[in-house]
Design a protein around this ligand. Structure first.
Ligand SMILES: C[S@@+](CC[C@H](N)C(=O)[O-])C[C@H]1O[C@@H](n2cnc3c(N)ncnc32)[C@H](O)[C@@H]1O
Length: 384
């Protein structure tokens, strides 16, 4: 992986750029669009474009259909037993006509399916929601994101922060994150813990932790990631650093899981406190993208200072420019973090450059099963 950031590099437009300008110039002409929609060879492309544009216009409606299904517990109900509209309507407390409308909408989106006997059953995407409390919690908390995005231009124009999402993520705009109280970390910590199994599964499928003596998870939340590591790898000691109120919760959770003796928990503020020493691997899971470049670079330098020679850093988070999932990085996380008030999604190359500047060598992007969910970069302490 090269550390070079070629964004913004100047140069003449390539042949591909010129071809695209020509193609979009044609597509911008209503007469050409009418012709392309009728001509047999261009018709499939014209239809695909129309569908893509329609999906962009309608995306919020699709999202709200999903939210209604989550709030009414439709997937769990139908996973237990398919049922006709009348019975489902009673079960979810909707008028018959509304239940029919919701089920038809959900079926068109692959969330539910109508069986040949007319009963409603779970659909392929609804089935993927079953047993995934983290996904349902994510869907539910998006209500805040959409409230913040109601006027996207205003959001882009105003100074960052001060929105529903930035007060939810209490550390994002706090003058002194270390003083954020227990009542302000509870909800986001629960959301992170609920969605952590999806991430931990990806990281554990990608990286072996058994070779390490001690793993320090910085910004480790209530310890869900380290508990998943502990279940897979017997060797490493567990260490966790997070804001004091979060650390308190992690301590209680480790004790409840019978890991009290294996785990050490440290409360502090990584924007100003040194990190504890003693780990030969430090992990940052869904942490770096939450912070602006100055804070992220300083954090990487603190991690470097806490590691011994031969130590390693592992960064796991969704990243920009993920092939086949570009809108996840640039559009979703770009705007999510804008509403949150801090941070930005980064490309692997950008993270590699930040790692090099902080004193790490040999950054490697490891292949995860689902890069959309998380990517993993490891790098080693550079020799002096
Ligand atoms: C997005 S959450 C990720 C939690 C966990 N790593 C996970 O993936 O589930 C970010 C974590 O970083 C912690 N954090 C944010 N700012 C911090 C700071 N200045 N010092 C210590 N921890 C901080 C938060 O409390 C939170 O637990």
């Amino acid at each position: 992986m090269s550390g070079a950031d070629t964004l913004g590099a100047a140069g003449p437009p390539s042949f591909l750029d010129r071809f695209r300008s020509f193609r979009e110039g044609l597509a911008a002409r209503p007469g050409f669009r009418r012709w392309a929609a009728r001509f047999p060879l261009t018709r499939p492309f014209a239809r695909r474009r129309a569908r893509a544009l329609f999906d962009l216009c309608a995306g919020f409606v699709y999202t709200q259909v999903l939210l209604a299904c989550v709030r009414l517990d439709v997937f769990a109900i139908l996973a237990q037993q398919p049922m006709p509209t009348q019975r489902l309507a009673q079960r979810i407390g909707l008028p018959l006509e509304s239940a029919e409308r919701l089920m038809a909408a959900a079926a068109s989106l692959g969330l539910t399916a109508r069986r040949s006997d007319g009963a409603w059953a779970i659909g392929p995407l609804g089935a993927a929601m079953i047993g995934n409390d983290g996904l349902a919690a994510m869907v539910e908390h998006h209500a805040m994101l959409y409230a913040d995005l109601a006027d996207p231009v205003a959001l882009l124009r105003r100074p960052r922060g001060g929105n529903a999402l930035s007060s939810y993520w209490a550390y994002s705009g706090a003058e002194s994150p270390g003083e954020v109280g227990a009542d302000r970390i509870r909800d986001y910590t629960a959301l992170m813990a609920a969605s952590q199994p999806m991430v931990a599964e990806e990281v554990l499928a990608t990286y072996r932790f058994d070779a390490h003596r001690a793993v320090l998870d910085v910004g480790g939340g209530n310890g869900a990631f380290l508990r998943a590591v502990a279940a897979e790898a017997r060797a490493p000691r567990l260490m966790l650093f997070d804001l004091p109120a979060v650390a308190e919760e992690a301590r209680a959770r480790f004790a409840a899981a019978g890991l009290g003796a294996r785990a050490s928990v440290f409360g502090g503020d990584f924007t100003k406190d040194a990190l504890p020493e003693g780990a030969d691997l430090i992990t940052l899971v869904r942490v770096l993208h939450d912070h602006d470049d100055d804070v992220s670079s300083a954090l990487l330098a603190r991690i470097r200072a806490a590691l011994p020679p031969g130590g390693r850093i592992l960064i796991a988070e969704p990243m920009s420019g993920t092939a086949g999932a570009e809108p996840m990085g640039e559009a979703y996380f770009g705007f999510y973090l804008l509403a949150m008030g801090r941070g930005r999604p980064r490309r692997p190359e950008e993270i590699a450059a930040m790692l090099a500047a902080a004193g790490f060598a040999r950054p490697r992007l490891l292949p995860t099963p689902t890069p959309l969910l998380t990517r993993v970069i490891v790098a080693d302490v550079a020799s002096p």
